[in-house]
Design a protein around this ligand. Structure first.
Ligand code: ADP
Ligand code: NI
Length: 223
């Protein structure tokens, strides 16, 4: 039996080391810690769903490389593929599984959200979408949201700006943290692809609702 934890496998350590050079200065919430959290969630879901762990692990550790390519401007994940090909080559990643990793990365932002259908064509790609979105909800997701808001100089909440239910606008980075929670984070749980992620998401979702109730009560001096 293989008793080495997945995180300690040399293959994954080598991929992470190569990736760390790209994201070491990241301040957008896509640092190496995010990649490792997605990796651990990915491994857990892969075990339940019977997905290929080499593919999931490699994709989890490299999926947001595109975030650091644009000098502040958004760059499509497709543009990160040559870099990721080189990393997989350098670490000797099994050749016959490389295209599967690249597919996960190419479509990871195209999860089914609001009216857009998911572009994932494999279980592994669905699973990376799920693991990435799970890291945006729950306690960690809330922490990332508040960190992002602080970095952008946005307030915690603008109670006078009620959430209207309008479609999420990715380009609008200036809303309050609480607005973003309503606008995006509370919508993610219903867009999970796999049953395993749906279960994890329901628990994280309930925690966010509880947090918001309490946050608003404390804000009003009711608690
Ligand atoms: P993803 O990597 O999930 O595609 P983004 O790059 O949009 O998402 O966001 C990275 C992190 O920053 C996420 O955890 C997200 O919730 C948070 N974030 C993005 N936009 C905002 C915003 N306007 N206000 C607060 N947090 C945000
Ligand atoms: Ni991500």
């Amino acid at each position: 039996m293989n008793t080495v934890p997945a995180e300690d496998r040399q293959l994954f350590q080598d991929i992470a080391a190569a990736m760390a050079e790209y994201v070491e200065d990241d301040a957008t919430g896509h640092d190496m810690q995010h990649h490792w959290r997605v990796f651990r969630l990915g491994m857990r879901i892969a075990a339940e769903e019977g997905a290929d762990k080499d593919v999931v692990g490699a994709a989890a550790l490299t999926h947001d490389l595109h975030r650091v390519l644009g000098d502040g401007e958004f760059v499509d994940p497709e543009e990160s593929l040559p870099h990721i090909r080189r990393i997989l080559d350098d670490v000797g990643f099994p050749e016959k599984k490389r295209e599967a990793v690249l597919h996960c990365i190419a479509v990871h932002e195209e999860y089914g959200f609001e009216d857009d259908p998911s572009q994932a064509e494999t279980l592994e790609a669905e699973l990376i979408q799920d693991a990435d979105n799970l890291d945006a909800i729950g306690a960690v997701g809330l922490a990332r949201c508040f960190q992002f808001s602080g970095a952008h100089g946005n307030p915690l909440w603008r109670p006078e700006r009620a959430y209207t239910g309008e479609p999420y606008d990715k380009a609008d980075l200036s809303d309050s943290a609480v607005y973003h929670i309503h606008d995006k984070l509370l919508k993610l749980a219903e867009h999970m692809n796999t049953d395993t992620a749906q279960e994890l998401a329901a628990d994280r979702h309930a925690f966010m609702e509880q947090f918001l109730d309490r946050f608003k009560q404390e804000w009003r001096g009711q608690r």
